[in-house]
Design a protein around this ligand. Structure first.
Ligand SMILES: [Zn+2]
Length: 867
């Protein structure tokens, strides 16, 4: 060691006060719990409350003091009225008559005011569109369409606001989507009664068939007389019950909408990351937003509740648990937003303002940050280049202050960079291995109810992996001339360099969500600049203070952001299906979130005495949490609140041969696994041990011989379970195809004219036989034009009017053998709201499901016919 360096080392020794805190240039080990506690405290006291903060709901008594404002109590009354009708399934009397009547009456009670007029229209429509590989065909579904316009207007640019009043058969649909319907109704009332005239009209679409899926929005945007005037959209849906509504999709390509959102919104909650995930199909849901965009080219804002997704699409999605504060939150926002957009000059010629994507996110629900994609690219590049530059400068200063040649410092940087890279790798692999292990030992989803177990299982494993590698490196090179405080700084700078490089790469790849890395780099660099400016960087430990202070804002923000993310996703693992290992996904999420929140925090652990012991102590926490996962606390489900989902069809399957004789007939319960732990019920549910995979039938029968009408089920249908049982009671409205006529059009061409009758939810599978292929038909043309693989799937449902569906199919038979059969039809029928149709055996079967489950029963039929 040169004498000059020794002198500098001597200068860097701590003074009396610091000595109590540090020992041998390291922080005393017993400060470690305080260090962890500090960050945990920030998370628990700032980030989590910000995630769940709701405004004070206004009551009818408050109305006089708050004219022209959204009154949550009124919205709540709307909500209770609608939900009290029960499940509102398309085609049921509840949906087509009771709900329609209730909402029409409510709109008719709102009388035109002095400034704005109201006009109500009921749309009954039929049509079809292609959804994934399915033809989605509807007959006589209904919409209630309400227009509010300023008196005497001739404006032709209107704003559209959409939410749906229908629900799934499983439950009363309070969160999804009666809450939004109720909010829209109250906003409508305030607008019509307001003294302030709107500049442009607003259309409120009370949508009667969304769960079906997305039929009514298609009917409106392709057929309604007002559709062509709608130039922008606000879509309101839900995959939860309560909480704050998040703006998770905007545009596409209309930044002016985000400008309006920022200006108007009272309680911002928005995320670009949600938009990217949604548009990359990472979320098992779809909203009307897509229909308006694809079939009407209407740009808009897509908002939804995501909190408490446990009850979504179950019988527990009740009005009683829906918080009034959530209604106020959404109502305040929607009212302000409708006024802002309806009055904005951009609405009048929105195409002029279609200019690229935007990046947006809210900060703790306090305010919204928003910039265009181009500004984002500039921001990312400037921040990452500056970060790289400042780190380089810091290395130079380190060389000067330590008296070690820059060359040698840079050699250490290179080593440390690879050590950091290795630690990133190890910290990513360990949680993944744990995720695979938890699944292998039949303990997946232990965190489903007690989500803090994720912190104890996956985050601690991540922390361990990320910290142990550098700890070993520092241990093996402990005789380095450079003091540990400086070496830890090199580690942090290396991490910053890694993030900066990643930011540049992902920016080039066009990933908008990369802004999170940019923010990470930005705050780290600010801390570094402060350290350089105050010369604290050359101290052994003192630099930690500015470093930590600058990490607080990004930590609190990322923790808030991640908490919202986890709250949204954890319940979704209850319906991602059986093929996804949920623990693996949660492990990967934890790694990503861990890097974001703690990437610059964890290296500080290296400054503690006994750092390796502290780091290994984290694994102790993992072990304790693993043991908890083995106990009832780690059992995923809870009755009422965190249920396990089952869809159970009581089905009769009948297969006919070419002579119309029955060649196979059987009845049974058909279960589609909704999550990874279907086996948990096998000891409770009657005959569950007899359950067989349907797999083999998929080779033998059309559509595996299953009456599925939900497209989402088709991907995993081979895994579904079949338990032989007694016959279901089916309606006398069994799906029936009648051949009206069969004509030979030429020596090789044949045409069938047919008609279909049956219950309001049917599936038709069409399979050409004996070398025939379909040349034309009366269904949607896309499957033929795009050459989908047969069997073709036509989903058909009807609302108020169950008249027969007439259709025709033309087939070409190149071999000219028109006498052999040329067509097989598979007909699936569902009785989605006939609770009285359940047989005693089926009821017994359903009752055998444990209390923590939510099983939706449907009588169903499947028949195959050859023509
Ligand atoms: Zn919905």
């Amino acid at each position: 060691m040169s004498s000059e360096t020794e002198e500098k080392r001597a200068k860097a020794q701590p003074n009396g006060c610091e000595r109590a805190f540090i020992q041998h240039n390291k922080i005393k080990w017993f400060w470690a719990p305080a260090f962890f506690g500090f960050w945990l405290l920030l998370y628990v006291t700032i980030s989590i409350p910000a995630c769940h903060r709701l405004p004070r709901p206004l009551t009818i008594q408050d109305e006089a003091k708050h004219p022209d404002q959204f009154i949550a109590e009124r919205a709540e009354n709307n909500l209770r009225d609608l939900v009290s009708l029960g499940p509102r399934v398309v085609g049921s009397r509840t949906n087509e008559m009771a709900a329609l009547k209730l909402l029409s009456e409510k709109t008719h009670k709102i009388k035109s005011g002095t400034a704005n007029e109201i006009e109500v229209d009921v749309q009954v429509a039929s049509g079809s569109y292609v959804h994934w590989s399915m033809v989605n065909m509807y007959q006589s579904i209904q919409n209630i369409v309400v227009k509010v316009s300023p008196r005497g207007t001739n404006s032709t640019t209107w704003l559209l606001v959409n939410s749906h009043y229908d629900s799934v058969p499983a439950g009363p649909g309070a969160g999804d989507d009666a809450s939004m319907v109720a909010t829209m109704m109250e906003v409508l009332r305030v607008l019509v009664n307001s003294e302030k005239p709107l500049k442009n009209p607003v259309v409120f679409l009370f949508n009667g068939a969304e769960e079906n899926p997305l039929q009514a929005s298609h009917a409106f945007i392709t057929q309604h007389k007002w559709a062509k005037y709608c130039k922008a959209l606000i879509n309101l849906d839900s995959c939860g019950n309560g909480g704050r509504e998040i703006l998770f999709q905007s545009g596409p390509n209309h930044p002016w909408l985000m400008k309006n959102y920022r200006r108007a919104i009272k309680h911002p909650y928005a995320s670009t990351m949600g938009e990217e995930m949604f548009q990359n199909n990472m979320i098992p849901s779809d909203t009307d937003f897509r229909i308006f965009r694809d079939h009407g080219a209407v740009p808009g804002l897509d908002m939804a509740y995501t909190y408490n997704g446990y009850v979504y699409h179950t019988r527990h999605d009740k009005a009683e648990i829906f918080p009034r504060g959530s209604l106020q939150h959404t109502g305040d926002n929607l009212l302000a937003l409708v006024r802002e957009i309806a009055n904005s000059p951009e609405l009048e010629d929105s195409s002029k303002y279609a200019e690229g994507h935007t990046i947006y996110f809210d900060v703790m629900g306090w305010f919204l940050v928003f910039y265009t994609e181009t500004e984002g690219v500039i921001f990312n590049v400037i921040v990452s280049l500056t970060a790289i530059g400042i780190c380089g400068f810091a290395f130079k200063l380190m060389s000067v202050s330590s008296g070690i040649k820059l060359e040698k410092i840079l050699k250490r940087v290179l080593h440390t960079f690879f050590v950091n890279l290795l630690s990133v790798l190890v910290s990513a692999i360990l949680p993944v291995l744990l995720g695979l292990f938890m699944d292998a030992v039949h303990l997946p989803m232990s965190w489903f109810s007690n989500s803090w177990l994720i912190l104890g299982l996956y985050f601690t494993t991540f922390f361990f992996g990320f910290a142990i590698v550098p700890a070993m490196y520092f241990h093996w090179t402990k005789f380095d001339k450079l003091p540990i405080g400086q070496r830890v700084q090199i580690l942090l700078h290396s991490h910053c360099l890694l993030l900066a490089i990643l930011t540049l790469i992902l920016t080039i790849c066009g990933v908008r969500s990369v802004f999170v890395l940019t923010l990470s780099c930005l705050f780290y660099t600010v801390g570094l600049i402060i350290n350089i400016a105050t010369k604290l960087h050359s101290k052994d430990v003192a630099w930690v203070i500015p470093h930590i202070v600058c990490l607080i804002p990004p930590f609190v923000f990322f923790a808030y952001f991640s908490h919202g993310f986890f709250t949204t996703f954890i319940p979704m693992f209850g319906r991602f299906g059986e093929n996804l290992n949920p623990d693996l996904a949660v492990a990967i999420f934890s790694v990503a979130v861990g890097f974001l929140c703690c990437g610059f925090i964890l290296p500080v652990l290296q400054l503690f005495n006994k750092s390796k012991t502290i780091i290994c102590g984290l694994l102790g926490i993992t072990l304790i949490c693993f043991i908890i996962a083995l106990t009832p606390a780690g059992f995923p489900y809870r009755p009422e609140t965190n249920v396990q989902r089952f869809a159970v069809l009581h089905a009769k399957r009948t297969f006919h041969d070419a002579d119309n004789k029955i060649r196979r007939q059987e009845s049974g319960y058909f279960i589609m696994p909704q999550d990874r732990r279907t086996y948990t019920v096998k000891n409770d549910v009657i005959n569950m041990t007899l359950a067989q995979r349907i797999g083999d039938d998929c080779e033998k029968e059309i559509n595996c011989g299953l009456p599925l009408y939900n497209q989402r089920w088709h991907k995993t249908r081979k895994n579904s379970l079949w338990i032989p049982a007694s016959e279901p009671v089916l309606g006398d409205d069994l799906p029936t195809v009648k051949v009206i006529s069969k004509k030979e059009l030429s020596a090789t061409k044949i045409r069938y004219d047919m008609s279909l009758t049956g219950p309001n939810h049917m599936a038709v599978f069409v399979q050409p036989l004996n070398g025939a292929f379909i040349t034309n038909w009366s269904f949607h043309q896309a499957p033929l034009r795009l050459r989908f693989d047969p069997p073709y799937f036509v989903y058909f449902s009807w609302g108020v009017n169950g008249d027969p569906l007439k259709f025709w199919i033309e087939l070409e038979k190149p071999n000219g053998n028109l006498n052999s059969s040329s067509l097989e039809l598979g007909l699936g029928g569902h009785w989605t709201h006939h609770k009285d149709m359940l047989t005693p055996d089926f009821k017994k079967f359903l009752d055998s499901f444990p209390k923590y489950t939510d099983a939706t029963p449907w009588p169903a039929s499947f028949e195959s016919w050859i023509y």
